[in-house]
Each structure stands twice: as C-alpha cells, then as structure tokens.
Design a protein around this ligand. Sequence first.
Ligand SMILES: [Mg+2]
Length: 215
Amino acid sequence: MSENAARRLVSMFQAISDAVEAEKDHLSELDGAIGDADHGTTMSLGFLAVKAELAKLDLDQAQISDVMATAAGAFLNAVGASTGPLYATAFRRAAQVVAGKTELDLATCAAIIEAMGSGMRERGKGQRGDKTMLDAWLPAADAAAAALAENKGADGFWRDIVASAEAGANATRSMIATKGRAARVRERSLGHVDPGAASSVVILRAMASSLNRAA
Ligand SMILES: [Mg+2]
C-alpha cells in the first residue's frame, strides 16, 4: 500500500527540520550581518517543536489538514517573536485549503504554497521588495501556479518553485530592509541576503525533495 498523504506531509516536516538543522549556523550568520544573529536558532527550535508534536499524531487517522494545523500550533508555541506568527499563519492557511483533501497531488501542493505565501503576506502586511521571506515565498507561489497552469510534471513543477525562490532570495541582496529588525540598519542591510528569505529557500528545497517522490 502506498504511503498515505498525512505520512508524506509528516516526512516533509521532518525533512524541513533536518535541512534547517544543517543550515542553522549559516542562517544565524546571515542574521548577524543585519539583525540579532538568532534566525538559525529560531527556525531550528520551531521545526524541532513541529517534529515533536507531529510525532504524537495518529497517522492512520490524521488528515493532511490536521498535520498542517498541528504544525501551526507547535511553531507558534516554540517561536513567539516575528517569524513565529508568520509561519503559524502560513501553516494555518495551508490547513484550511487542504481541508477534506486526501491526496498530495501537484494541485494540492501548489495550493499549500500559495496559501502559505498569502498568509505570510497578510499577517506581515508586507510585499515583495521589503527584503523579507516574502521575496522567496511569493515568487515560489507564482511559480507553482504557473507550472500547474502549464501542466508541468512533478520535476518541472518543483524545479520552477525552487528556482524562483532562490532568485527571489538572491535579489534581497540588493534591497534595503524596511521591515523588522533589519530595518533599523537600513542601508547597512544592502549587500546581505535576508536571513528569512534564505531560510525560506532551505524550507522550499526540503519540501521539493521530500514531496517530489513517488508516494
Ligand atoms: Mg533575528
């Protein structure tokens, strides 16, 4: 029997947590250039908490919306400051769009990424060009919608998403921060990749490699 969708989604969160652990020091270094050097630690704590909470779910019974809602609550409990509510809102929105869905097909994956991006945008009241995680998530969401509309296969779908997120994150190098802690250093933020955009790429790459696999 093929692995159920809830299990695949839990595996995805495990893959994200592992990837964030591997990049933890690098993410904190990026944050140190323009912020308080805690971004790697923050994201690590958040996803370790998500992993721990998801381990308690009964995956024979849980729906993919339960997995997303559990991730939202766990992330918010573990990470109080800025990034916490943004990812919590993102996962909660994702939980809403997958309500009743039992398959993680490309349309559902696109809906998850789109819901996460728009949830973050509304919660953070931001937009592209602000030098934040939105500079990775919004292009990723656009790429997902475009790939779906073009009927791309899974490889092309995920490749486009990751490439768009990477390009968006790299573009933050030439932006001046206007939001969050980095806004306090304004011009000094020029030349540095936004740590939130960088961690978004880590997350989306992990999502891609985990979900782009036969169920
Ligand atoms: Mg920080």
